[in-house]
Design a protein around this ligand. Structure first.
Ligand code: AMP
Length: 207
């Protein structure tokens, strides 16, 4: 089973993907994580990536597609994966048709003002990638592995506003694009509530 998680930045795609991965065994593929990884290795491409990502703008389709295709072709993805942060434009969704069959799309619904508050408090583990929020966990190190937590550079308020505008303009049209396989979950409750709602859909999809 191959899934797409659609939703604005900070709506909780990463947390939901991790929960689905833990129970359904699907592999989480976050293009944001893959791009941050590529950016951390000094190269011509890393400078190019930085110039887009630090401003909250989208990286050109061909660069993301190359990185995604390479990840999907790895062995662990053959039993199914969850795309977290891809596609983000209609051309990316068109290109994806040639790479993989998508069984379902989960739209994570959350008002932008709540998103802005949540992103401001988001902290991530430097080692295992666990995601926290200062509203429920305000320590400096990871509960699971003890490594330090950090705040993403593009989680600063000015950049978040750009990212939400980009979502509205370039990514929201995908809601129509995938209307025949879309399931909307309300994410204003706890991460567990969001997961429960998504799970109902996934169980139906599995049958
Ligand atoms: P994310 O971690 O999903 O919030 O992504 C962080 C940043 O990576 C975005 O603001 C974009 O600059 C870039 N990015 C991630 N996924 C994509 C994508 N599918 N297409 C273009 N840029 C992307």
């Amino acid at each position: 089973m191959n899934l797409i998680l659609l939703g604005a930045p900070g709506s909780g795609k990463g947390t939901l993907a991790k929960n689905i991965q833990a129970e359904f065994g699907l592999i989480q593929i976050s293009t944001g994580d893959l791009l941050r990884q590529a950016m951390s290795v000094e190269s011509e491409i890393s400078d190019k990536l930085k110039s887009y990502m630090s401003k909250g703008e989208l990286v050109p389709d061909e660069l993301v597609l190359e990185i995604l295709q390479e990840r999907i072709s790895q062995d662990d993805c053959k039993y199914g994966f969850i795309l977290d942060g891809f596609p983000r434009t209609v051309p990316q969704a068109e290109a994806l048709k040639n790479i993989a069959v998508i069984d379902g799309v989960i739209l994570i619904d959350l008002p932008f003002d709540v998103i802005e508050q949540r992103i401001a408090g988001r902290r991530i583990c430097t080692s295992c990638g666990e995601i926290y929020n200062t509203s429920s966990y305000d320590k400096l190190s990871c509960k699971k592995c003890g490594a330090p937590l950090y705040q993403r550079d593009d989680d600063k308020l000015e950049t978040v506003k750009v990212r939400l505008e980009v979502y509205e303009k370039s990514t929201a049209p995908l809601i129509d694009f995938y209307s025949d396989k879309l399931y909307k979950v309300n994410a204003s409750g706890s991460p567990e509530d969001t997961y429960k709602a998504a799970k109902t859909f996934l169980i139906k999809l599995e049958k």
